[in-house]
Write a protein that binds this ligand. Sequence first.
Ligand SMILES: [Zn+2]
Length: 322
Amino acid sequence: MKRRYLVALGLAAAVIAVGMMPYSHVTSTSSFASGTALRPFAGAPASGQPAPVSLAIVRTSAKPVREAMIVSGGSWSRDVTVSMSGFVIRHGDKVLAFDLGLGSGIDAQYDAEMPMWARPTFGYARPVDPLAAQFVRAGQPLPEEVVLSHSHWDHGSGLEDFPQAQVWVSGAEMAFIRTPQSGAGRPWMSQVGRPDIRWQTLAFPDGPFLGFSASNDIFGDGSVVALPIPGHTPGSLALFIRTASGRRFLLVGDVLWNAGELRAGQGKAWPARALVDGDQAATARAVRQLMQLSRADPGLTIVPAHDGDLQARLGLFPRWID
Ligand SMILES: [Zn+2]
């Protein structure tokens, strides 16, 4: 028994060590931003006319999952569609991505970094259709800037498909990425540890917006606004978008997995909360904040990153939502 215990302990230590090892690489070689650049499109010339804004929801992979696995109080007899999605916002001639879904290197990343015990819970459906490939096929210009809602594997997988892009995360998320850690919620170094990533820190220099205490009005016209919503990870952020026709969306990353969690009022199913929400109390506060917002402002569509059913109803790329 004792020997078995020691072997298990050794294995655990090895897993933790392997999980931590690559982080020294990030600290020493990543091009971590100085913090002077606050906005993805700072300095973009203002035309004087409001720029037309449109949104594309890009599904890179999707699979059915029992609702009860996702939504607190959900059904064991009904499936919801869990999608791995990226979002692209066109603002005049500028193109910005918010999350990337799964990228072309996901199979190798997953094989290298997803712990065996977590694979039955955290998987994805093949084939994967990466965001970059979909844009090339559609003859659309690729995003020049990428903002990550947070640094988890199913959001940053596509980074290697955008070597020219600047990648924006909040300061708290950059600190999270650079902190050695283990566990299911750690960022993957095969994705965020790449030395060629042009990291930038997205700060929140603007005032209160939509009930959030601070904001980053990315284009300076109130049409695309980043908002801090910590909890799921320390530096999670949401993105507000007002399109050309006046439709308004709030992309909330993984604060919610499914919009049904707002109706249920509890957020994710509890095993999921325990596994993936870094700070459960802060995430619960964020969920309550979103519930109040959805009641007070029913014209605002709150879009979780993985709610494939809602996203399909809104319309998937190559369709653009104006
Ligand atoms: Zn996540």
